[in-house]
Design a protein. Structure first.
Length: 51
């Protein structure tokens, strides 16, 4: 599903940047991806600008 794809991308991004020990970039990207995932998981009525 789309959510599984997002989770897979999140894990790959975090793993990649964690290996590079670039914590600030790693943390920032993970935070953005987590935020997007939470946004997608919210009820459609809350995220649909058309109301």
């Amino acid at each position: 599903t789309g959510h599984e794809l997002v989770e897979g991308m999140l894990e790959e991004f975090c793993f990649c940047f964690d290996r590079k020990n670039n914590f600030r970039l790693y943390f920032s990207l993970c935070l953005v991806l987590v935020s997007l995932t939470v946004y997608m998981l919210l009820p459609s009525t809350m995220v649909d600008p058309r109301g």
